[in-house]
Ligand binder design. Structure first.
Ligand SMILES: *[C@@H]1O[C@H](CO)[C@@H](O)[C@H](O)[C@H]1NC(C)=O
Ligand SMILES: *[C@@H]1O[C@H](CO)[C@@H](O)[C@H](O)[C@H]1NC(C)=O
Ligand SMILES: *[C@@H]1O[C@H](CO)[C@@H](O)[C@H](O)[C@H]1NC(C)=O
Ligand SMILES: *[C@@H]1O[C@H](CO)[C@@H](O)[C@H](O)[C@H]1NC(C)=O
Ligand SMILES: *[C@@H]1O[C@H](CO)[C@@H](O)[C@H](O)[C@H]1NC(C)=O
Ligand SMILES: *[C@@H]1O[C@H](CO)[C@@H](O)[C@H](O)[C@H]1NC(C)=O
Ligand SMILES: *[C@@H]1O[C@H](CO)[C@@H](O)[C@H](O)[C@H]1NC(C)=O
Ligand SMILES: *[C@@H]1O[C@H](CO)[C@@H](O)[C@H](O)[C@H]1NC(C)=O
Ligand SMILES: *[C@@H]1O[C@H](CO)[C@@H](O)[C@H](O)[C@H]1NC(C)=O
Ligand SMILES: *[C@@H]1O[C@H](CO)[C@@H](O)[C@H](O)[C@H]1NC(C)=O
Ligand SMILES: *[C@@H]1O[C@H](CO)[C@@H](O)[C@H](O)[C@H]1NC(C)=O
Ligand SMILES: *[C@@H]1O[C@H](CO)[C@@H](O)[C@H](O)[C@H]1NC(C)=O
Length: 423
């Protein structure tokens, strides 16, 4: 206690204390007690450094039980070495009351983490375990349950590197990168699997997105494996210069652009997204785009609409499908749970989107289902190099279902789209 008081009064001592050893090894609290304070303390003491004297926080090969929220933001020049497991507890009433605001869509988080020039390695075995089954059971298919926490939020994170980390059974979204730039995340394993409910595209481990980007620039996801019940990786408001490459995605919905356009009269955009060299196993789509309608109804996270802006320069290259149920879709019909229609009202425009070199197999005869909004038609769409087999009858899918697609290149529209599910 005395030491903490001194550290608060003389923050410069923090650096000095850390650097007597340079490294801080976090001790798990005894007998399965809450280790959150020990972790917060380690980052307070060793997480704020000059570039010339980096600090290091080490988690041993042990289990750290986490029973309370953590906010370790504003770090600088720190290396994190995770050799063990952080295991969140299952006190649902606590988390519903205490999870921390993410700053978008009324979402909340168990851990806010961030700073400049951070390197965090997990060697392929360092694990964050959200104990998610209790949440999958608890929400029982309710979309975006208020207060249900994301596992971790990287907020205000720049010039940083994350590698070899495992994220299992996330409580909700695995991670959000928000107000962040110049971040590389590679060799990351995410698996949020509902062991009790059959995976269906209606729910199962609903809302367990692998990663979401919001107000984020220059983010690279390389060598990810994601097995979940929702978006593999999703780009939301003001995501720019995003690269997703050499990844394997299982079970979930696909690489997602959106949802976006949820805030009335608010201008948001997504620009320069490349996803390439992607293997898709048993997924709903390889990739899809979703915007809210132009008619607001309800409030985020589950309601909204009427947003402005655009998504542009989107490239989906070299996807290999194994048992996908669909290939590619775009909907501008996303709306509040009970609403429907208004698919031609969104003023959010999608333009310059290219699919190239998609191979493999699926159970659909539709290559692309494109429900663009008449209020802002899609332009600059190109589809090239599709070599996929529909295993239902061993034919090549040949349908392109279009509404408000102006000047398609490389394909001819063959019919009208059907309305997509509202997620
Ligand atoms: C980041 O850390 C490295 C290694 O300590 C250092 O060389 C570099 O100057 C740091 N960059 C910034 C922007 O602080
Ligand atoms: C961590 O410890 C367990 C036993 O407690 C051991 O089986 C495992 O190999 C260790 N992992 C690493 C990476 O050292
Ligand atoms: C997290 O901590 C930072 C200081 O590092 C503070 O500015 C911010 O308000 C905190 N966020 C929450 C949600 O408590
Ligand atoms: C959660 O908050 C409600 C009311 O805000 C309160 O009645 C309840 O005791 C709180 N539960 C926990 C576990 O903090
Ligand atoms: C889950 O919801 C379904 C209906 O959506 C209901 O039939 C079922 O009883 C619920 N299960 C639990 C455990 O509440
Ligand atoms: C936002 O979340 C809070 C709790 O975190 C909840 O009370 C509120 O109803 C939510 N708002 C909406 C519109 O869902
Ligand atoms: C993008 O981020 C990477 C780190 O992942 C960095 O090396 C690169 O310089 C950044 N590019 C720009 C244009 O800032
Ligand atoms: C994800 O976890 C489930 C349940 O443990 C397992 O069956 C599945 O193979 C895992 N997926 C991947 C891609 O490792
Ligand atoms: C998102 O981008 C738009 C267009 O540049 C800008 O007006 C808006 O302030 C941005 N929003 C945030 C929260 O950064
Ligand atoms: C998108 O990429 C182009 C070409 O590299 C670049 O000129 C433009 O600035 C990028 N857009 C954003 C928002 O960074
Ligand atoms: C396409 O992606 C696969 C991995 O899914 C990779 O092995 C292959 O080299 C890629 N092809 C090209 C031309 O990059
Ligand atoms: C192949 O099956 C699809 C359904 O997936 C059907 O729409 C299509 O007409 C069939 N094609 C042929 C040639 O039988």
């Amino acid at each position: 206690m005395l030491r903490r008081a001194i550290l608060t009064v003389f923050p410069t001592l923090v650096t000095a204390l850390c650097h007597t050893s340079g490294v801080r090894v976090v001790e798990p609290a005894p007998n399965g007690a809450d280790s959150a304070m020990a972790i917060i303390d380690a980052f307070q003491q060793c997480g704020h450094n000059e570039a010339s004297h980096r600090g290091k926080v080490v988690f041993k090969n042990d289990t750290y039980h986490i029973k309370s929220v953590m906010n370790t933001t504003g770090l600088s020049n720190v290396d994190v070495d995770l050799q063990g497991t952080l295991l969140w507890d299952d006190n649902i009433p606590y988390w519903l009351n205490h999870s921390l605001p993410v700053g978008y869509q009324n979402q909340s988080s168990a851990w806010l983490f961030g700073g400049d020039n951070i390197s965090w390695v997990g060697h392929g075995f360092g694990t964050l375990d959200g104990n998610g089954q209790v949440w999958y059971d608890f929400v029982n298919g309710t979309n975006n349950y208020p207060g249900r926490p994301h596992q971790i939020t990287f907020t205000g994170t720049q010039n940083s590197y994350f590698s070899g980390l495992r994220f299992v059974q996330s409580q909700m979204w695995t991670m959000t990168l928000i107000h962040s730039s110049n971040v590389l995340l590679e060799s990351i394993y995410v698996n949020s699997t509902d062991s009790k409910q059959e995976v269906g595209f209606g729910f199962s481990s609903l809302n367990t997105d692998g990663a979401d980007t919001v107000y984020a620039d220059n983010i690279t996801f390389r060598g990810w494996t994601v097995d979940n019940g929702d978006d593999s990786i999703a780009m939301k408001a003001n995501s720019t210069n995003i690269l997703i490459e050499d990844c394997r995605f299982y079970t979930g919905l696909g690489v997602a652009i959106g949802s976006i356009g949820q805030y009335p009269d608010t201008f948001e955009y997504i620009e320069n997204v490349t996803a390439r060299n992607i293997e898709v196993h048993g997924m709903r789509y390889g990739a899809y785009v979703k915007t809210w309608t132009g008619v607001p109804s309800g409030y985020p996270p589950n309601g909204g609409g009427g947003g402005l802006g655009y998504a542009a320069n989107l490239l989906f290259s070299n996807f290999t499908l194994h048992g996908a149920t669909g290939i590619f879709a775009l909907t501008q019909c996303t709306h509040y749970n009970d609403a429907s229609g208004d698919c031609d009202t969104s003023q959010f425009q999608v333009r310059n989107l290219r699919l190239e070199d998609w191979t493999g197999d699926c159970t659909s005869d539709v290559v692309a289902d494109l429900q663009c909004s008449a209020a802002s038609p899609c332009t600059g769409f190109e589809i090239d190099g599709i070599d996929i087999i529909d295993t239902v009858n061993n034919t090549a899918p040949s349908n392109y279902l279009c509404d408000s697609v102006v000047g398609p290149t490389g394909f001819t529209c063959t019919g009208e789209p059907w309305e997509e599910n509202s997620r």
